[in-house]
Design a protein around this ligand. Sequence first.
Ligand code: FAD
Length: 404
Amino acid sequence: MIYDVIVVGGGASGMMAAITAKKQKKSVLLLERMDKLGKKILATGNGRCNLTNDCMEETSYRGNQPGFSEYVLKKFSQEELLSFFQSLGMLTTQINGYYYPASLQAFTVVETLIETMKHLKIEMEIGVEVSKIEHLVDFYEMKNKDGKTYKSRQVILSTGGKAQEKLGSNGSGYVLAKQLGHHMTDIYPGLVALESPDTYFKNLHGVRQVCNIKVFVNGKEEVSQRGEVQFTKYGISGIPVFQISRYAISALRKKKKVVIELNLMPDMLTLEETMEQMKKMCEYKTIEQFLNGCMNCKLSKCILQRCKIKPTVQVSSMSQSNWQSMLDMIKHFQVAVSNYKGFDMAQVTVGGVDTREVIQETLESKYHKGLFFTGELLDVDGTCGGYNLQWAFSSGYIAAMNLK
Ligand SMILES: Cc1cc2nc3c(=O)[nH]c(=O)nc-3n(C[C@H](O)[C@H](O)[C@H](O)COP(=O)(O)OP(=O)(O)OC[C@H]3O[C@@H](n4cnc5c(N)ncnc54)[C@H](O)[C@@H]3O)c2cc1C
């Protein structure tokens, strides 16, 4: 049997591609290496699946070819995605601009997609990892590890990247793309925590603090974010750290010096004046007791240690220079960054199939007619907030709509 199209990978983009292709009256086979479809979707948005976002900006997507994703995202936008799910009987809800299934259960998204595939009678084989692909004269031939052969006139590679292999994506898509002569850009973990050699982190584990974050590369400010930073034994994590991790990691990979500066009290615009007034009213306290009234006690201890201020010193008897260095530390808490967590902890893969080798409007290979790429396999990564799933669904839809 030679199918019109074989979709390799049953994640977000692959299921969307298979459904769209079948609706275009194509004969479709979907091959998935895991024992179930959509395992990664189940883990998204803390089990709630944040599938898109109200706010789409140029800066929401990154890659070596800026703007590559724009055409596809305009052709199949948030509105189209939300109507698509509604047409399959799944309602969505919006919380502060972030969209989720109305059930607030990622399971609903997976079930909706799988039920639709069953309803459309899409053929699927589960537990099949494609390890070899060849473009013969009239068709593509794929093989799994046991040598079983699959044939189709067109192929949509929807294998994802390398983030979190336990959820399915193990980097095998890169091998398949390379077998067909495609090239990969630099591939590394994205939306991931950062590690610091600073020893004080072991005492900060568990602290959460809303901060302004600035990333300095070789002393120059590159990017900033605001949000709740999570302090861990090894460094910093949390959504604002994930958002800036790409810039820090890219610089580290080029052997540049990365320092992150945290403003630990970003909402207090008049920090100096307010602290001065409070100091006058609380002269009877030790400086540690005073700081404990302003922030997590583990952080106040750390600040005093880093400023070499005795925690038992009375507020009234603090030197002006110690007072000022403490305020400076609160506003400019510097963290040296030496490393980052790996693919097993990353939410996304940075890099992938070089988009210069792919037609922007159709996602078809420039080298092979009938070969398409979708989702995270391509060198497109979004920020946190539903952008990666929107890209996965949009790209799956567009690839399938351009099948012959
Ligand atoms: C913990 C976590 C939370 C996340 N939360 C969000 C969120 O809330 N919002 C958001 O937008 N994004 C989120 N993401 C990112 C988002 O899930 C992915 O970007 C998106 O799922 C990528 O879709 P995809 O179809 O490209 O790949 P995947 O969803 O990874 O699917 C690829 C599929 O292909 C299969 N496969 C791989 N190789 C082969 C092969 N050789 N043969 C057969 N099958 C193969 C895999 O088993 C997998 O099922 C999160 C990611 C993680 C890890």
